[in-house]
Design a protein around this ligand. Structure first.
Ligand SMILES: [Zn+2]
Length: 233
């Protein structure tokens, strides 16, 4: 498990040669919004505060136009917001951003490569974690993977249809129709051989509204938290 440190802006986790920050909804206790949604007017400021909190220095932030699919790709500076759900970097010049509000934000590190992943139930079912690990491995040259799984919809609150439980397959962590997306993501990572795994035990639906946006609770206007990850220099 990586070293975990709470700061007013969120939770910092050291994973291998990278750092991941899972931002709070608000910077506690000053209350400033840290909504990092693509259309949030405060996105750039919020990301700056997150990077500062993690002592990241100057980095170019790279996000994704998330699709709920399984596409994962290496960052391309000429295409700053690609259509995918997994993003990989081999350079410490970048800070990678995945957005979530009940979906699972994940950071991965392997050798001198880092990745972020957005995984809702569709992405978990489609294999976005497995595909991201594949693309990460192709770029890093292999070796042990470190991973951090952020706050998401958990078994206490996330009721789905039986079809969704079926779609999640053998790694589904569920009690009847209640699904734990964080534990499902962790099970997929473990099955893929990831041993160094940090899983935040937090539900975005019933957790603190100061800390988490929730699509289930607030609908499509909900802002976004997620994960920001970068290679240490
Ligand atoms: Zn809950």
């Amino acid at each position: 498990m990586g070293t975990v440190r709470e700061v007013p802006e969120g939770v910092l986790v050291e994973i291998g040669s990278a750092t991941a920050c899972f931002p709070n909804r608000r910077c506690l206790p000053d209350g400033a919004s840290l909504d990092i949604a693509l259309d949030s007017p405060g996105r750039d400021d919020a990301l700056r505060r997150v990077l500062l909190a993690g002592s990241a220095g100057e980095r170019r932030t790279m996000g994704m136009r998330q699709q709920h699919g399984r596409e994962a790709q290496l960052v391309d500076p000429s295409s700053p917001t690609p259509d995918c759900d997994g993003l990989i970097a081999n350079s410490s010049d970048f800070a990678l951003v995945a957005l979530a509000a009940d979906c699972v934000p994940i950071a991965l590190a392997q050798g001198q490569s880092v990745a972020v992943v957005h995984a809702g139930w569709r992405g978990l079912a489609a294999g976005v974690i497995q595909r991201s690990l594949e693309v990460l491995g192709l770029n890093s040259g292999g070796g042990p993977v470190s991973a951090a799984v952020g706050p998401s919809a958990r078994v206490c609150c996330y009721e789905v249809s039986p079809e969704v439980v079926d779609a999640l397959g053998p790694h589904a962590s569920a009690e009847g129709r209640m699904v734990d997306t964080g534990k499902t993501a962790a099970a997929i990572l473990s099955a893929a051989g990831v041993v160094d795994l940090t899983v935040m035990d937090a539900c975005t639906i019933c957790g603190s509204p100061e800390r988490y946006f929730s699509f289930r609770t607030e609908g499509s206007d909900a802002g976004r938290q997620g994960v920001v990850a970068w290679l240490n220099r």
